[in-house]
Design a protein around this ligand. Structure first.
Ligand code: FAD
Length: 321
């Protein structure tokens, strides 16, 4: 009811891409880090990036439902590392450039203080080419999860950024970033409701074939009810996600709904990953079992892009508490 045949055709080509170009290699990339330059080039060539952006700048000029399809399908990637890297590209690094700036390759999007004055109007948002002198990247940081995408600290040592690399107005960077956060936080929602579904389905399959004292574990009511309960909350998350897409399509502010949904999604995916691992028993604790990767990867969702406590605060303020 939300997606027409053009969305479904787009979904089919994305699914094929994930099945053929990502999932077969994901175990290897967990060890070595995914070749993201190559992957993004392939995705760009196939029209999977810049979905909402103006075709005049190389985008596809498509609607939020197409973007939702992309974010749902990357939720089928086995683990959250590469999916997060793609969402960083599509919904974190580029929305402010599309909305307020012009474009450029091999860049990062940087929010920097441009004046010592207190308040929100003392930051600039910049497109920073990574080839400029003074730019350095630390060694890859060792982290709990998301092993297939690398994370590093960035250093800016007396770096001079050309004035034309400023996005929009000089003092409005913080305001632009606050708007961009809504795209960034939304980006986790479609992938998470798909990922939760995948974890529950895979766990149910395991419980069907795991026989303990003569009976498959799936016959244990306590386990079946727990799976069903997660799907109930996941359905609510999915419908809230689609509600947000409708609000975005109508041009309405979604800060309240996105903040609420981000908390629900982050908590649900971590709870389901942990709970499913419990149902796998000892084998679930082994790295060879996919659920252990989801257990590690899911924990970031309540921290990154605004910790849960910050999201609660946003909602409390908007509610006038
Ligand atoms: C793998 C990874 C990738 C990342 N990638 C990026 C990236 O690409 N770009 C980028 O800019 N950042 C990135 N980050 C940073 C990330 O956005 C921050 O870690 C996150 O927003 C939390 O901020 P912080 O670490 O400074 O925690 P802090 O602000 O120090 O907060 C620590 C904890 O205190 C609590 N807390 C914070 N504020 C409040 C409050 N107001 N009320 C109550 N409790 C509060 C929360 O529990 C919070 O988790 C990344 C982080 C990780 C781990």
């Amino acid at each position: 009811m939300y997606f027409d045949e053009t969305h479904e055709a787009f979904r089919a080509s994305l699914r094929k891409f994930v099945d053929n170009e990502i999932n077969p290699y994901i175990d290897e990339w967990e060890e070595t880090t995914a070749p993201l330059h190559m992957l993004f080039k392939k995705m760009g060539d196939l029209g999977f990036l810049g979905i909402r952006y103006d075709p005049a700048y190389g985008g596809q000029g498509l609607d939020y439902w197409f973007e939702t399809v992309l974010l749902e399908e990357i939720g089928r990637i086995k683990g959250l590392g590469v999916a997060t890297a793609i969402a960083v590209q599509t919904n974190m690094a580029t929305p402010a450039i599309a909305e307020f700036g012009s474009t450029q390759a091999d860049f990062l999007t940087l929010l920097a203080r441009t004046s010592d004055e207190p308040g929100y109007h003392s930051f600039g948002l910049f497109v920073v080419p990574t080839k400029l002198p003074g730019f350095n990247v630390s060694k890859k940081l060792s982290k709990l999860g998301l092993h297939s995408s690398d994370t590093a600290e960035l250093f800016f040592d007396d770096m001079k950024i050309p004035a034309e690399n400023l996005i929009g107005e000089e003092r409005e960077g913080f305001i632009y970033q606050m708007k961009q956060f809504q795209h960034e936080r939304f980006a986790v929602l479609p992938g998470i409701h798909v990922c939760v579904r995948e974890m529950v389905d895979a766990t149910a399959d395991y419980l069907r074939q795991r026989v303990v004292f003569g009976k498959p574990l799936i016959t244990k009511q306590v386990l079946r009810h727990r799976l069903a309960g997660w799907l109930m909350r996941n359905e609510a998350l999915k419908q809230l996600t689609y509600h947000i897409v409708r609000l975005k399509t109508a041009g309405l502010d979604v800060t309240r709904e996105v903040s609420m949904a981000k908390v629900l999604a982050g908590q649900l995916v971590a709870e389901v990953a942990s709970g499913c691992m419990q149902m796998y028993g000892g084998i679930g604790f082994m790295n060879e079992t996919l659920i252990s990767r989801y257990y590690r990867d899911s924990r970031i969702m309540s921290i990154g892009a605004g910790a849960d406590e910050v999201m609660y605060e946003v909602v409390a303020r908007l509610e006038g508490f």
